[in-house]
Design a protein. Structure first.
Length: 255
């Protein structure tokens, strides 16, 4: 989110301005840059630093940004590739967020991981022997996740819906399209600490031109996002269910 007092701010989210006046008065400069058409924050940041500050990132940062760009732009050929938890993208994600939220050791462990990543590069980093045991448990995670969606997700018009608030583990919303390949959208409820998240996304493998903007829809409920993906937060499960129902109805009625 943008704030006019921020010394540095680079973003690409199409719902980044909570105050219309801030958006109307915003101008790009050497420390602030907004490009809602750019696919990823990682790629946009590197482009901004290279263009405005002549900064050329080390190869390992370029590689990490490349991986981040693929994830952010959903650059997967198909749903099976997106559900492959043995890929470099998923291995990196799992390793950098393997500690529980609130764990005081998280910052130190993550800092050490990033330092190691910078030294040996992403390919060798995700294949270090010390991480084998941890990553092995996710080898079949994609298949297990699909099984959960097969049992608990339902189709509502154009939308695949699942309430995952009672399930733990990594999220991968693309499992919805493995079960409901004709669905144009997916909506999901998640449990996040003391709150509940509502996520909505468009099927990236369906070539359907639409002006329907999920980020703007989520903005109605205090969230945001992009045209093809968005999210918001609710305090209670009841509230999350009500919001998810309204979102599904609006998608089906207006898209």
């Amino acid at each position: 989110m943008f704030h006019p007092e921020a010394d540095w701010w680079i973003d690409h989210h199409q719902t980044a301005f909570i105050d219309p006046d801030w958006e109307n008065n915003f101008k790009n400069d050497n420390q602030h840059h907004y490009d809602p058409e750019f696919g990823s924050c990682a790629g946009l940041l590197l482009k901004f630093l290279r263009t405005h500050h002549s900064y050329h990132a080390p190869k390992f940062i370029e590689k990490v940004a490349e991986v981040g760009h693929k994830v952010d732009t959903v650059g997967y050929k198909n749903v099976d590739e997106a559900l492959d938890f043995t890929s470099i993208e998923w291995k990196l994600r799992l390793l950098l967020k393997r500690n529980k939220e609130g764990d005081n050791s998280y910052i130190l462990i993550t800092q050490k991981a990033i330092e190691t990543l910078a030294t040996i590069g992403i390919d060798d980093f995700v294949n270090l022997p010390e991480y084998h045991e941890y990553l092995d448990q996710f080898k079949n995670y994609g298949e297990n996740l699909v099984a959960v969606y097969a049992e608990h997700s339902i189709i509502k018009g154009k939308v695949s819906f699942i309430d995952r608030s009672n399930f733990t583990g990594e999220q991968n919303h693309f499992a919805a399209y493995k079960i409901h390949p004709t669905a144009l959208y997916e909506v999901c409820i998640l449990h996040r600490g003391n709150s509940f998240g509502i996520h909505a996304g468009k099927n990236p493998w369906k070539d359907k031109n639409t002006n329907f903007h999920l980020g703007n829809l989520m903005k109605k409920y205090g969230g945001g996002g992009h045209r093809d993906v968005g999210g918001c937060v609710a305090k209670t499960h009841k509230e999350a269910t009500e919001i998810a129902t309204k979102i599904i109805d609006e998608i089906n009625e207006n898209d």
